[in-house]
Every structure is written in structure tokens, then in C-alpha cells.
Design a protein around this ligand. Structure first.
Ligand code: NAD
Length: 419
């Protein structure tokens, strides 16, 4: 396992190995794809407002750029480590291939709890991290985006740091920027919206009417909130939701806009008056039609997988299911329809790709145009994966990986091994 050892990396490697064997990927390609192209570890000294200097560890891992420049989010979270970032970079390579965007996979992050930082400290941290990895990113090399703990403002600081160092504005260095700086319409909502396009197709496939159906969301952050909003728009009741501060339950459906106002005011869901508090540990295993884990990886292990009572599991988070949990889900395929992360949350990178294209052409699309193109890509990817699932007898996760791995593998064989 080498320096990459981490539960999420092991899960990702298992998936690569299993898929490569099952669908006959060239073993020379399979062995290469199990390791990243490049991994950068940096130290980030941060002067706190009280004058103390603290040093944090940051990473940028580029997994594979055979199909185009690397692309992937930046996460600020205490769990961030080399293995986790490598696993997430690896997933990005195949996710880009699944939705057919000409990009490779990367991921980055800092091992820090950002909730303890004020705005000025967050800005200094971001700018120093950017400076440490500046030679490795750029519009044609590697283009970061937001992930857990980061947002459009953080992207604006990265863009500014890169631009000030270059001597001219380089908006194409990041995606997920504020609209005023060349961000795309619809990027903020894209991952949640894209996820709901796949839930809609899955519901149709299994004969579930989303109108009147129930859903629970773990992690009412960017992905979870916009997925919830979109599902509610389709008539689904969001009966439970959680974030790092706690979980809430309302059998009549949570008023999401009111919950959002409460989160903005208080910093979390806890104490929201429009719902009952509930045990966050019970959210994943409650009886709902649609379950959306949209926070951390590795939350569905074998024990939880056995207890799941949902009909559709739509993976907003990256790597929410462990290898052991996945083995159980493969046995329960007839009861639970899994929309794997590679597909379910690919709307984010799809609209990031649109942002990159729009920025390169200096020609910006309307929200309607962005959403229409996003829907076409998500629906096509869903159909392609479902076809492999049905025709080749693979579970949905392996089917998605098979689609991604075949595309990357073909590209690698065409380019050949250098030197
Ligand atoms: P975010 O920081 O906006 O939201 C994360 C949410 O999870 C927050 O509400 C946080 O409070 C909550 N959370 C953290 N720990 C929790 C816990 N133990 N229990 C319950 N909730 C908890 O992050 P995000 O951008 O929405 O990302 C969420 C997940 O989606 C991550 O796995 C990320 O990699 C994945 N993802 C994000 C995007 C994107 O475009 N933002 C795209 C693809 C995948």
C-alpha cells in the first residue's frame, strides 16, 4: 500500500482491482492506475490573529492526466491525509471519464478544522497553501475546485494569489469561483442538482414515484442542501437531515429554506425549531425511500449496510461506503439501488468543466443552458452505466468503474508509455 495507506485508499484500490479483473482491463494499465502520478506534501505556517504561528500539512495529489488536465476539489478538514487525498484524486480520474469530460483526476486539502479560523486567518491559510503548490497548478495543468470546508470565496483567494504571482488575471486556474470572477451559473447547485437527475432516473428504473416519497440527507452542506432542495421541488419529503452539529427529523418534511436561514444564523442545524432533534447515528438506517450520504467517506460499513432500509442510495459524498459495506450492498442489489459516487456526484465536475470552457472562450452561458447541458450529460452517463449493469451483470458501482476505467485505459494505450 506504500505511503498511501488509508481506509478510503484501500476501498478505492479494491474497486480498481476488482473491476480490472472483472472487465479484463490490461493488467499493465490496472497496476499503473492503482497509484497516482504525483503527490505533493507541503507545510503551511499560519499566523493566528493572537500572534501565534501554527503549522498545518497540506496536499495536492494528481492521479492521472492522460485524458486532459487534472481536476479536483480542495478540502479543509481535520481528517485530510495523504491516503485520503490520493483516493479522492483517483476517484476523480474515473468520474471525469464516466461523464466524458476531457480532464484527469486530482484532489487537495489541508488537515485543519476550518471552523476555528476567522475570515482573515482562512485567507492567509489559503494564500500560503496556494503559494506552496503554485508550480503544480494552472489552467492547463491542474484546476482546483471547492470541496468540504472550502467555498467560492476560497476559490477567489486561490485565483487572486495565482494571478498576482503571474502578473495578470488567470481566472481559469480554479472553478467554483464566484460568478463575478468568471464562475459559472449553476456551479454552486450543480452537484446536488446532478445527483437528483440520477435519482430521478433511478426512481423511474425501480418504479418509485418521487412525488410523495421520503428522503434523508446526511450532511446538509453544499451537496446535501441543493440535492434536498431539488428533491423537495420534485415533491419528495425531506424527513431527516444532519450536519456536524446534529440531526433533525420532521415526518411532514423539513422546511429547507427555513433550515438554511437557521444554519446561516447559528452555524448549524442543531436547535432548528421546525423539526425534532434525532440521534445522528439513526439517520442512515431509518426507513426512507432515498438516502443521500453527503458528508464524509466510509460512513456505511458492513454493519450499517446490513441495516439500511432505503430503496435508493444516492452517494453525494465521495467514498461513503467501505469495501465491506459494498460487499453487503452487492448482496442486497435487488432491495437497494445504488447510485455510486462516480456517477451521483459527478454534476460538480461537469459544471466545473463548463466553467473552464466558458472561461477559456470568455463566453458565458445562462443558467438554463448550463442546467440543460448538465442534465444531458448526467442522463447519458446514467444510461451508459445502467446498460453495463444490465448487460454485463455488474453491480452499479463496478459498472460505473468499468465505464470510467475502459475510457482511461483506452486513452493510456493510445498515448503509450513514455519514454
Ligand atoms: P460542505 O462542507 O459544504 O458540507 C459538508 C456537510 O457535512 C456540512 O453540513 C457538515 O456539517 C456536514 N458534516 C460533517 N461531518 C459530519 C458528520 N459526522 N455527520 C453529519 N454531517 C457532517 O461540503 P460539500 O462540498 O457539500 O461536500 C460534501 C461531500 O460531497 C464530500 O464528500 C465531497 O467530497 C463530496 N462532493 C462535493 C462536491 C462539490 O461540488 N462540493 C462534488 C462532488 C463530491
Amino acid at each position: 500500500m506504500g505511503p498511501w495507506d488509508d481506509p478510503l485508499y484501500r476501498t478505492t484500490r479494491d474497486l480498481i482491482t476488482r473491476t480490472a479483473e472483472q472487465v479484463g482491463i490490461d493488467p499493465n494499465v490496472g497496476v499503473r492506475l492503482a497509484q497516482p502520478d504525483r503527490a505533493i506534501i507541503v507545510s503551511i505556517p499560519l499566523r493566528r490573529d493572537n500572534g501565534d504561528v501554527e503549522v498545518y500539512t497540506g496536499y495536492r495529489v494528481q492521479h492521472n492526466d492522460t485524458r486532459g488536465p487534472c481536476k479536483g476539489g480542495i478540502r479543509f478538514h481535520p481528517h485530510v491525509n495523504l491516503g485520503e487525498v490520493t483516493a479522492l484524486a483517483t476517484l476523480m480520474t474515473f468520474k471525469c471519464a464516466v461523464v466524458g469530460v476531457p480532464l484527469g483526476g486530482a484532489k487537495g486539502g489541508i488537515s485543519i478544522d476550518p471552523s476555528g479560523l476567522n475570515r482573515a486567518e482562512m485567507q492567509r491559510l489559503t494564500r500560503r497553501y496556494t503559494t506552496e503548490i503554485i508550480n503544480f497548478i494552472g489552467p492547463g495543468k491542474d484546476i482546483p475546485a471547492p470541496d468540504m470546508g472550502t467555498n467560492p470565496q476560497v476559490m477567489a483567494w486561490i485565483m487572486d494569489t495565482f494571478s498576482m504571482t503571474s502578473g495578470y488575471a488567470v481566472p481559469g486556474v480554479v472553478t467554483g469561483k464566484p460568478i463575478e470572477l468568471g464562475g459559472s451559473q449553476g456551479r454552486l447547485q450543480a452537484t446536488g442538482r446532478g445527483l437528483v437527475y440520477t435519482v430521478t432516473d433511478a426512481a423511474e428504473h425501480i418504479g418509485l414515484d418521487l412525488k410523495g416519497a421520503t428522503a434523508a440527507i446526511q450532511g446538509l452542506g453544499n451537496v446535501g442542501y441543493w440535492a434536498a432542495r431539488r428533491l423537495a421541488y420534485r415533491g419528495t419529503k425531506i424527513v431527516a437531515a444532519s450536519d456536524v452539529t446534529g440531526a433533525i427529523y420532521n415526518p411532514k418534511g423539513i422546511d429547507l429554506k427555513a433550515a438554511y436561514v437557521h444554519m446561516q444564523k447559528t452555524g448549524g442545524l442543531a436547535g432548528f425549531e421546525g423539526a425534532e432533534p434525532m440521534d445522528p447515528d439513526e439517520l442512515l438506517t431509518m426507513k426512507v425511500d432515498v438516502l443521500i450520504p453527503a458528508a464524509l467517506g466510509g460512513v456505511i460499513d458492513a454493519d450499517i449496510a446490513r441495516k439500511l432500509q432505503c430503496r435508493i442510495l444516492a452517494e453525494g459524498a465521495n467514498g461513503p461506503v467501505t469495501s465491506e459495506g459494498d460487499a453487503i450492498l452487492r448482496q442486497r442489489q435487488d432491495e437497494i439501488f445504488v447510485i455510486p459516487d462516480l456517477l451521483a456526484n459527478a454534476g460538480g465536475v461537469t459544471v466545473s468543466y463548463f466553467e473552464w470552457v466558458q472561461g477559456t472562450q470568455n463566453f458565458f452561458w445562462s443558467a438554463t443552458e448550463v442546467n440543460k447541458r448538465l442534465q444531458t450529460i448526467m442522463v447519458t452517463a446514467f444510461k451508459e452505466i445502467l446498460k453495463v449493469h444490465k448487460n454485463e451483470g455488474l453491480d452499479m458501482r463496478t459498472a460505473a468503474m468499468a465505464v470510467g476505467m475502459r475510457r482511461v485505459s483506452e486513452a493510456m494505450l493510445l498515448r503509450g508509455l513514455f519514454p
